[in-house]
Design a protein around this ligand. Structure first.
Ligand code: ADP
Length: 542
């Protein structure tokens, strides 16, 4: 017997319609490239998104066509999120930090029909255009006064497109499993691969991250979306905020410490999300200028492991509670978020801190397990480390155009490429990426743990640990350190800092000081580049 409830499809457009009806006056605030701060409401955003949805078919966009963006976090990008997906096309958010060849590859692979771009990216799209003949329209996200002088084919002006449309548009309803968004992984090996989200997966993910033990979003929240909308949908914030009616703040291109701090203060932001590198710059700026937050209470940190020293500084000196989160593009992206449970209330402060360092519990909807090399599930004891596998309604089943073949294990779960443990309460702790873990004498050394310890030293700004070939042990750890400006730190002092913190055989065999470390297009340490740079390095123990 079937249930007798309505089969209303989960449509992305329903989020903005809901926000208009129930939170029409809630604000969306954006730092713009043209200069001034832009303010309007969900009601205004809904109106403009519908105008844009009317404009798209006039430019030849049909349902399921890919419409790309090369844009920072801002209100026009937000309108595109809703207009493109809401009208049945697919928004392809492009990460401008990818290499030029990768950009050409993904625009062509996605078969993008048009590209909406921020003014910053005019020189970039001028280079891309001749190599991307499938793109028929390049639309500058600006008004006529700021339209660049450019010979781009089919160049048009975003504000002109909107001005030409009337307001009467009703969002179409269609199958909730229809594709809504496309985002390519950064492709650390081989070509980037496309992850294709659906309306259903996006809405379910938006519900999950709004929950109290995740982002805890409410109509009274003010959220700064720091994570780029070009990389895994700013971790879902542009969908969850309208769902609950939260005030939404967009930083535009200004992601430096001073600009972020100013926005956090002026917009009374109480919640945000960012990768550790962004936080590192913000904290440096605040420390140098002896600043404090007046409203910020919490931040989700993820995308890379949050160093313990950063978590401590944030809570003890700045009053910001860190919720460590973990996920990946293939998971829309959030899989786990860390929040304590009732049973943890009696724990010592140190034990609570150790718990908070873990990557967190799976959101309802995500199932997780760790397996050994043979695919056998390991105990949930917080000790047995193995590859992490996931499944759930917002987890990838296949890549776009089946790139790379079937990514799933034989039992239908997705291998994440991350190594970790799960404890009896369901908390995941990532110890490494499977390709970064250092295999020494048949045992594994966690590069993340060694890096976390290094950045706990007051003279260390950033650190990376990679495995270097070793004739006896197979691989041994090499620590690569960027010192804080004007800090004085020797190799011996650095190694001494590890004493008592890890087993002796985990100690790095050598320390190298460098001026800077390479990062990927998503702001993470690029271990691939480092391994390449240090491929001929000879450890003193060899
Ligand atoms: P990419 O395109 O670089 O794969 P993703 O954002 O999809 O970008 O990266 C996902 C990966 O980032 C995960 O598989 C994991 O290795 C790493 N990661 C994400 N969050 C964390 C975290 N909190 N701690 C450690 N690693 C993390």
């Amino acid at each position: 017997m079937q249930g007798l409830m309505m089969n209303t499809p989960l449509m992305i457009s329903s989020l903005i319609r809901h926000a208009d009806r129930c939170h029409g006056d809630s604000e969306i605030v954006s730092r713009t490239l043209e200069g001034p701060i832009h303010r309007y409401t969900y009601r205004d955003a809904h109106l403009r998104a519908r105008r844009l949805a009317r404009a798209l078919p006039r430019l030849g966009v049909e349902p399921e066509d890919r419409v790309a963006t090369l844009a920072w976090n801002g209100y026009r990008h937000f309108e595109l999120y809703y207009a493109v997906s809401g009208s049945g096309a697919i928004i392809h958010t492009i990460n401008p930090r990818l290499f030029h060849d990768q950009l050409v590859y993904i625009v062509n692979d996605a078969e993008d029909r048009m590209v909406f771009f921020d003014l910053t990216f005019t020189p970039l799209v001028e280079k891309l255009a001749p190599l991307c003949p499938g793109v028929k329209h390049w639309v500058a996200l600006t008004d006529r006064a700021h339209l660049p002088q450019s010979a781009l084919p089919g160049l048009s002006c975003y504000e002109d497109l909107l001005a030409a449309e009337s307001d009467d548009f009703e969002w179409p309803e269609f199958d909730e499993n229809t594709a809504s968004g496309l985002c390519y992984t950064s492709g650390t090996t081989g070509h980037p691969k496309g992850v294709l989200f659906s309306h259903r997966s996006t809405i379910l993910h938006a519900f999950a991250i709004a929950l109290p033990d995740a982002k805890n979003l409410r109509a009274t929240s003010s959220v700064l979306a720091i994570v780029p909308m070009f990389h895994v949908n700013a971790w879902g914030i542009p969908y969850s905020a309208p769902m609950v009616g939260a005030k939404l703040v967009f930083p535009g291109a200004a992601l430096d410490g001073a600009s972020l701090y100013e926005l956090l203060e002026s917009e009374a932001v109480d919640s945000t999300s960012a990768v550790p590198t962004v936080w590192m710059n913000l904290l440096n700026y605040m420390t140098q200028n002896k600043l404090r937050f007046s409203t910020l209470k919490s931040s989700t940190i993820g995308g890379a492991a949050c160093p313990p020293a950063m978590m401590k500084t944030l809570s003890e000196q700045f009053g910001v509670r860190v919720h460590h989160g973990w996920g990946m593009t293939e998971m829309s992206p959030v899989g786990t978020v860390n929040a304590p449970k009732g049973c943890h209330q009696g724990l010592s402060e140190e034990a609570k801190f150790q718990l908070a360092l873990k990557q967190g519990r799976p959101l309802y909807g995500v199932e997780m397990k760790v397996v050994d090399g043979q695919g056998t599930e390991l105990p949930r004891d917080g000790k047995s480390a193995g590859e992490v596998l996931v499944r759930g309604p917002w987890v990838l089943r296949r890549y776009y155009k089946d790139a790379g073949g079937n990514p799933l294990a034989t039992d239908g779960w997705l291998p994440t490429g991350d190594v970790g443990t799960i404890d009896k309460d369901g908390y995941l702790q990532i110890t490494d990426r499977s390709k970064d873990v250092i295999k020494s004498g048949g045992e594994w050394i966690s590069s993340i743990e060694l890096e976390n310890i290094a950045v706990g030293h007051p003279s260390v700004a950033e650190a990376a640990v990679i495995g270097i070939r070793h004739p006896k042990w197979d691989e041994r750890p090499l620590l690569i350190v960027v010192k804080r400006s004007d800090a004085d730190l020797s190799k011996d002092e650095m190694l001494k800092f590890y004493e008592g913190k890890v087993a002796k055989w985990w100690l790095p065999d050598d320390v190298v000081f460098v001026d800077e470390l390479p990062h990927t297009a998503t702001g993470k340490l690029s271990k691939l580049t480092l391994r390449e740079q240090f491929k001929d390095y000879r450890l003193p123990t060899c």
